[in-house]
Design a protein around this ligand. Structure first.
Ligand SMILES: NC(=O)C1=CN([C@@H]2O[C@H](COP(=O)(O)OP(=O)(O)OC[C@H]3O[C@@H](n4cnc5c(N)ncnc54)[C@H](OP(=O)(O)O)[C@@H]3O)[C@@H](O)[C@H]2O)C=CC1
Ligand SMILES: O=C(O)[C@@H]1CCC=N1
Length: 350
């Protein structure tokens, strides 16, 4: 979606599968309007000039500012709800979401509980350190929460849902982040008409830069979906999409951080081979990836156009790009998304 277009609001999964965001400005890394102004106004101004007049730029800034104000008041009203959130599973994804919510100040740590097997004491300690109450059982989490986030491995989901099925859950909203586990399966394992939503998040939720997509179940209301979009948007971006796209989302943004971590590691290795100290090489690699990603999001320009702007005729970059082509980087990334999506689909049938 073009970042100039901040006028779309509301959440819906339309019949023709159009995906509409919550209207939040799609600049994950900038929660601060001043920062947005600085970034758009300086670093990428040359690129912006190619496609935007000053008047358009002003409109863009205005929309960013009003969006920021709207988001702030939205978050305030949501935090006033004093929502009680429970995590069944206290591992990597639960911690990323949970810490993200607490850092965003949308949810108070004292309103969060979590359960786990208890065997991984570092998970327990990590949750306790951020002020989350570790419950004695999954049932305890259920009783003390309005929204229950299922964050166990996919093959454990059935066991957990069967275990808690006996509890009164009319007033509860279920959110599953488990890869591949369909809403049909989740709804089948819960009492009829239970409100459920599937979300595919990613670990950068921890640093408010998550990319999430959610699909509402058959009994979830628009209000339920809006609430989850708002919650997940407090820790990144969140779109609503038909469930049939979720395996693809899993292959792209769910698993994607791992692909990028490998790229950072490999680029850092390249720097070290050129004699750079490891710390500096890793920092430069990560900052370069972040900066490039931010330019895609902030300018709305095609990544190919941004690539061309780095690449001087007969210069250094084209030599590097040629090597990436020879190594099949683009095909490898496409295959990675495809393979991970296929695996998500297998999980739904296992
Ligand atoms: N990691 C990621 O990047 C992403 C993960 N997901 C999904 O999130 C889910 C969790 O993955 P992840 O956080 O990586 O996995 P982890 O292994 O880190 O966490 C799983 C958690 O479930 C707990 N657990 C296991 N059995 C039970 C049980 N019977 N009752 C309660 N808790 C239990 C574990 O307990 P203990 O702490 O004792 O081991 C652990 O805390 C998966 O379904 C995955 O598909 C989705 C998007 C991204
Ligand atoms: O690897 C996995 O199965 C999970 C789901 C998406 C990211 N991690």
């Amino acid at each position: 979606m073009d970042c100039m277009d901040n006028t779309k609001k509301g959440v819906k999964v339309s019949d023709n599968s159009e995906i509409i965001s919550n209207g939040k400005t799609e600049t994950m890394l900038c929660n601060n309007v001043k920062e947005k102004y600085d970034i758009v106004g300086s670093k990428s101004s040359l690129l912006l000039e190619e496609r935007k007049s000053n008047a358009t730029f002003e409109r863009f800034l205005q929309s960013v500012i009003s969006k920021f104000n709207e988001e702030t008041s939205d978050n305030t009203s949501l935090s006033q709800l004093n929502l009680k959130i429970g995590f069944i599973g206290a591992g990597k994804m639960a911690q990323a979401i949970c810490k993200g919510f607490i850092i965003s100040k949308l949810i108070k740590a004292e309103n969060v509980s979590a359960s786990s097997t208890g065997m991984n004491t570092s998970n327990v300690e990590s949750m306790k350190n951020i002020g989350v109450r570790m419950a004695n059982s999954n049932a305890d989490v259920m009783h003390s929460s309005d929204i229950i986030i299922i964050a166990v491995k996919p093959h454990i989901v059935s066991t957990v849902l069967q275990e808690i099925n006996c509890i009164e859950m009319k007033s509860k909203l279920f959110v599953s982040v488990a890869a591949g586990i369909t809403l049909e399966k989740i709804e089948e394992l819960l009492p009829k008409n239970t409100r459920a939503i599937r979300v595919m998040p990613n670990t950068p939720c921890l640093v408010q830069c998550g990319a999430s997509v959610c699909s509402p179940g058959s009994s979830a209301t628009k209000e339920d979906c809006d609430m989850i979009v708002k919650l997940m948007s407090s820790i990144g971006i969140c779109h609503v999409a038909p469930e049939r796209l979720l395996n693809g989302v899993t292959g792209l943004s769910g698993s994607g951080p791992a692909y990028v971590f490998q790229m950072v590691e490999a680029m850092s290795d390249g720097g070290v081979k050129q004699g750079l100290p490891r710390d500096l090489a890793t920092k430069l690699a990560a900052q370069t990836l972040m900066g490039a990603a931010k330019m895609v999001l902030e300018t709305g320009l095609h990544p190919g156009a941004l690539k061309d702007a780095v690449t001087s005729p007969g210069g250094t970059t084209i030599s590097g790009l040629h090597e990436l082509e020879k190594g099949g980087l683009r095909a490898a990334l496409m295959c990675a998304v495809e393979a991970a999506a296929k695996r998500a689909s297998e999980l739904s049938h296992s």
